[in-house]
Structure formats: C-alpha cells, structure tokens
Design a protein around this ligand. Structure first.
Ligand code: MG
Length: 372
C-alpha cells in the first residue's frame, strides 16, 4: 500500500459572464484534482480548491515528495502533517487516501464509514444572484424558475450585495413567482450588522416557505447571532468558512444558529468533516453542509451525509439537504451522479463508485497562464 505515483490535474474555466454574491463577482471556476496511485495499482481521487499557481507549486515541491513511498493506510498521520502546511490540500489528500483504503478492502467509502443510511440525498439549487447586467433581478428570477421547473424543490439565493431595498424587491418578486411548496434560503455572506439583518424579519414573516437565513453577519459575532435568532421568525444558518470543530462550539453552546454548514474543502480533511457532522448531532443541531466548489468534494459531502443518523423523525425528509451549484460550472459534472427532482441517488460501488469525466478534465486543463 505504498504510494508510488501522484498525478495532478489543475482545471480552469473562464466564465463567459461573471456572476456573484455579496463578496463580489466570480469570473472563473477552478478545480484541482489529484490522483494517488499505490505500488499495487490501487488509485484514489482527491480534490482541492485554491489558487492554482499556489497548489501547483505546493504539490510539486513539497506535498508530492513528502507522500511518495509513504503507506496509504497511514491516512490520519499523513493528513495531519499536510494540514499544518496547507489545510485545503490536506482535505484533498484525505479523500484520495480514503478511497484507496476502501478499494483495498473491496468496499464503498460509505461501507468503510459504517454503511449508507440514506441512499438518496436531497440537494438545494444554489444560485449566485448578481450579474453585471441592469436586469439582474429578472435574470435571477428566470434562472430560479428554470431550475424549479427542472425539478428542484429547494433553492438558495443571494442577498447583501445590493441596497436592502433592492434586495428585498428581488426576493419579494421571487417569492411571489414561486409555488409555495418550493423552499427558499437567503444568504447574505456575512454582509450585514444586526440592525440591517433585523430589517428582513418583516419580509420573512409574510411567507411560510423559508428554509433559513444564512450568515447575515460575520460569524464571530456570536452574541448578536443569539439576539437575532431570538427575534427572527425563520432558522439561522452558517459556518461554511469555519475550519475546526472547536469554532462551532460557541455557536452551539450559546444557541447562536439553528443549522450548521461546514464545508469539507474548508476543514482539515474528511475525518474532521465527519466529526463536524457528528458534533452537530451530539448538540442536537441540524447540519446542512455547504459545498459550492468541487464535484468530488460534494460527492464526499453527500457520502458523509448519507452515513449520518437522521436529525429528527418529524421532518418529511430524513436527512438535511446538501448544496448543489446550479450556476454555469463544468466541474459540477466532473464526477457524474444521478440527480432527479432535487435528489441525488448516490453511487454504491467500490471506492466512490464512479469515474471522473475525462472529457471535462482534458478540455479544461489549466495551461499555466495568469487568470484573475
Ligand atoms: Mg453561504
């Protein structure tokens, strides 16, 4: 089980039209895939998200030389070393080494983790609501309507990037357009203060089909989250940028959120990510993982969610939904899965049970040129 070879696939897609959230516009999407191959020929795939030049140099000069010749079965120790150098790279390595062990055991990743409890995972359509066009509101409503018509029953849209009056006009128009069985989350990407966030409650109280308000304020403002949660008529969600489980503890202990949203690519690996999910369960909170970048990371996120016991028996759906990026992004289809009516039927073959789409990998190889 010695690691013999590591291949890397930096992928870049320049967006023909920028889209964005309260943090600004995205003009490209990337993925950095890694394939680790053992001496006996077992291979595992991992995925990292970061600036491609940084990853390229880091893997070539430090991470690959460190891993070659090491035992793939020593996953926890290897990932711990790499996480001290570069947390995001460690997350990708943890995926590849997990798949190798599962394949060596003749099992699926979920069997390795104790067995799949939920074979189909609900996903919500996640939008970047802003474009540079004058008619961004109409464009956003049209995009959401199209995805709802294609079968999604849950959507997440952005707020916080425009004046509150304009954002509320957009969301109100959207709510009037959507059938009332469609559930809606709004995400402010930490752009408000308490007073601005509280201004949304009036609109929230007029509709019943909200999923949550996501990250209205910076996540370190725990006490203000507690106050907002007490005043708000809908659930509060957040935590996509928190790296360690310990960072969630003040939120749980003080009752600052209703739904935790860890992101696998922002944690220190799949073991840590699964611990995030378990801790949310231990504290009795819902956990609806964030997963905006990366088709493979999202697949691992759904595997982890599928192995998690239900939060409650009272919900119509036995497990909380995972984010599904519906914006133009070819990397959504890097690892094909079956999506229908807002649910993904998970592959159950050996390892991750699916092969990457080589057409996308070959077409999107980054040529080393500058991008911004
Ligand atoms: Mg968010």
């Amino acid at each position: 089980m010695q690691i013999e070879r590591i291949e890397t696939y930096p992928l870049l897609y320049r967006l023909p039209e920028a889209y964005g959230d309260a943090n600004g516009y995205k003009r490209y999407r990337t993925s950095y895939l890694i394939r680790i191959i053992t001496r006996s020929g077992i291979e595992g795939w991992g995925e990292v998200i970061d600036w491609l030049p940084t990853l390229d140099k880091g893997f070539r000069e430090r991470i690959i030389p460190f891993l070659l010749g090491k035992l793939a079965t020593n996953r926890v120790a290897l990932v711990d070393v790499i996480s001290k150098w570069h947390q995001r790279s460690a997350a990708g390595i943890s995926m590849a080494l997990t798949e190798i062990v599962a394949k060596a055991a003749g099992m699926s990743v979920c069997q390795l983790w104790g067995g799949m409890i939920h074979p189909a995972i609900p996903v919500y359509a996640s939008f970047q609501s802003y474009t540079e066009r004058e008619d961004w509101m109409q464009q956003s409503i049209m995009n959401v309507t199209k995805q709802v018509e294609s079968g999604f029953t849950k959507v997440k849209v952005k707020i916080g990037g425009k004046a509150i009056r304009d954002d509320q006009k957009h969301i109100e128009a959207l709510m009037k357009t959507l059938p009332e069985e469609i559930q809606v989350a709004v995400d402010a990407n930490q752009s408000y203060d308490l007073a601005s966030a509280a201004k949304w409650n009036c609109l929230f109280s007029r509709y019943a089909n909200w999923m949550w308000l996501e990250e209205p304020m910076p996540m370190e403002r725990t006490e203000e989250y507690v106050k907002l949660r007490a005043a708000l008529s809908i659930p509060l969600a957040g935590g996509e940028n928190l790296v360690r489980c310990a960072q969630f503890l003040p939120l749980y202990k003080q009752g600052a959120i209703d739904i935790a949203q860890p992101d696998l690519l922002h944690t220190e690996g799949i073991e840590d990510f699964r611990t995030h999910l378990q801790i949310a369960r231990q504290f009795g909170f819902r956990v609806s993982p964030h997963s905006f970048d990366g088709g493979l990371a999202r697949l691992y996120t759904m595997f982890a969610q599928s192995c998690l016991l239900a939060w409650t028996k009272m919900d119509a759906e036995p497990i909380e939904p995972v984010e599904w990026d519906v914006m133009e992004n070819p990397f959504t289809y890097l690892f094909p899965v079956h999506l229908s009516n807002g649910k993904v039927k998970l592959p159950d073959g050996i390892g991750i049970g699916v092969e990457p789409n080589w057409e996308i990998i070959n077409a999107m190889r980054w040529d080393g040129s500058a991008y911004a």
